[in-house]
Design a protein around this ligand. Structure first.
Ligand code: NDP
Length: 443
């Protein structure tokens, strides 16, 4: 049995209740086969893959808080510190009812390679809770965040582990978490990223994941002879990543015609009104039905369905496994040129394979959504220097990072005879740096 197959068998046996984690490991290890085959015995002796696929540590804790009726509520909190070979642990916190160990492990595992691809010194981690901020009052969200930090603070620090936002964790939640951390440790330090601009945050961090996604898509298209201007773009989601991806596409002259949330989706042939979308989602925190109310000429549909709309570029920006093989068939039959993942693992393995086999340019989230964490690392750098850079400076560094990531993954794929396979390219390029660091640092 090959070393990769041995490790896959062991990881599957030990994590059988965690399908999302197994899906992420399968994808990475399958594409590392040519790298491992170069010196299989050495990789096996050093147990590189077992060390990579088992987190350094998993922290799980109870979070008790009091709701507005006086009832005590109990949720579970997680922080999974996966790998710090190249820098302090770094990765977001997700607050969503679907969160359990397997989701946090999949996200933490992906984060190792993504952070490596940024070229910046950050290791991989992820955390969160099954708490659902939707429908909660501000006071309830604050009570939850403070209680969550009462446990988490012992395990994080600016040189140890620096969490950020993810689904359900935006500027408001980061503020409450930071306030409690500061109260507990009595230090004002850059322990979280995504902070407010007036208290240690970086300009362009809010925009970074969505903008970065569009920068890499633009470079991909350019290198294949296409221009962003005039392209029709289909986007799923209407959260942080989706909003700023839509904004940057529009700024570059493309037309974004869809957005979605967990209850329905909008098809606006004239192009999504970005200011209206921001007002509804960022300020009023309402559903997309409010968008339809404000623009009656657009279509609103319950459920899912954005991938049936003809487009040149598709940007899935909501959640994992939201783009299936059937969706991929619709995209191909409608002439889609490229799919770049804004969310983490939004395309199922079958969808990815179908798109790649049918000539659609495809970049996986590890590479294409790395702009968020890259800018978080720039926030850490600014905090360490006790300075803040202009929006233009951060944005221009972000663009350089995304263009470099594209060429890095393109080059890695070519080195292994896999030209055009950016999924393999991202996994290989991300792995090489982390693997070298792990081996250099010994057991
Ligand atoms: P937000 O919470 O801001 O937005 C998430 C969006 O996706 C919302 O529109 C939400 O709808 C929708 N959504 C979430 N879960 C589901 C579901 N199960 N089914 C259908 N729709 C769903 O999160 P972000 O925009 O920050 O994150 C989106 C994705 O991008 C995630 O995969 C995240 O891990 C990834 N990502 C985010 C980064 C960041 O910097 N924010 C960085 C890198 C990756 P609703 O409001 O109805 O729940």
């Amino acid at each position: 049995m090959s070393y990769v197959d041995e490790v896959l068998a062991r990881i599957h046996a030990e994590n059988s209740g965690e399908p999302e984690f197994l899906q992420a490991v399968d994808e990475v290890l399958e594409s590392l086969r040519p790298v491992i085959a170069q010196d299989e015995n050495k990789f096996r002796r050093d147990a590189v893959l077992e060390r990579l696929c088992n987190p350094d540590r998993q922290i799980k804790f109870r979070v008790s808080w009091v709701d507005d009726s006086g009832q005590v509520q109990v949720n579970t909190g997680y922080r999974i510190q996966f790998n710090n070979a190249i820098g302090p642990y770094k990765g977001g916190l997700r607050f969503h009812p679907s969160v359990y160990t397997g989701i946090i492990k999949f996200l933490g595992f992906e984060q190792i390679f993504k952070n490596s691809l940024t070229g910046l010194p950050i290791g991989g981690a992820k955390g969160g809770s099954d708490f659902d901020p939707k429908g909660k009052s501000d006071r309830e969200v604050m009570a939850f965040c403070k209680s969550f930090m009462n446990e988490l603070y012992r395990n994080i620090g600016p040189n140890k582990d620096v969490p950020a936002g993810d689904i359900g964790v935006g500027g408001r939640e980061i503020g409450y978490l930071f306030g409690q951390y500061k109260k507990l440790v009595k230090h004002y330090e850059g322990v979280l990223t995504g902070k407010g601009i007036g208290w240690g945050g970086s300009l362009a961090r809010t925009e970074a994941t969505g903008y970065g996604l569009v920068y890499i898509a633009e470079e991909l298209l350019k290198c294949h002879g296409y221009d962003m201007a005039g392209k029709t773009v289909v986007i799923s989601g209407s959260g942080n990543v989706a909003i700023y991806a839509a904004e940057k596409c529009t700024m570059l002259g493309a037309k974004v015609v869809t957005v979605s949330d967990s209850t329905g989706w909008i098809y606006d042939r004239d192009g999504i009104d970005i200011n209206l979308l921001k007002e509804i989602k960022e300020v009023r925190r309402e559903r997309l039905t409010a968008y339809k109310d404000a623009r009656p000429e657009c279509e609103y549909h319950e459920g899912r369905g954005v991938w049936q709309i003809p487009c040149d570029l598709a940007l899935p920006c909501a959640t994992q496994n939201e783009l299936t093989e059937d969706d991929a068939k619709l995209l191909v039959s409608n002439g889609c040129i490229a799919v770049c993942e804004g969310a983490n693992m939004p395309a199922t393995p079958e969808a990815t394979k179908y798109l790649q086999e049918n000539g659609v340019l495809f970049i996986s989230g590890k590479a294409s959504n790395a702009g968020g964490v890259a800018t978080s690392a720039l926030e850490m750098a600014q905090n360490s220097e006790r300075t803040s850079w202009s929006f233009e400076e951060v944005d221009s560094r972000l663009k350089d990072i995304m263009v470099n990531i594209y060429h890095n993954i393109d080059d890695a794929a070519k080195r292994y005879g896999l030209e055009g396979n950016y999924v393999a390219g991202a996994n290989i390029a991300g792995f090489e740096k982390v693997c070298d660091a792990m081996i250099s640092q010994g057991i």
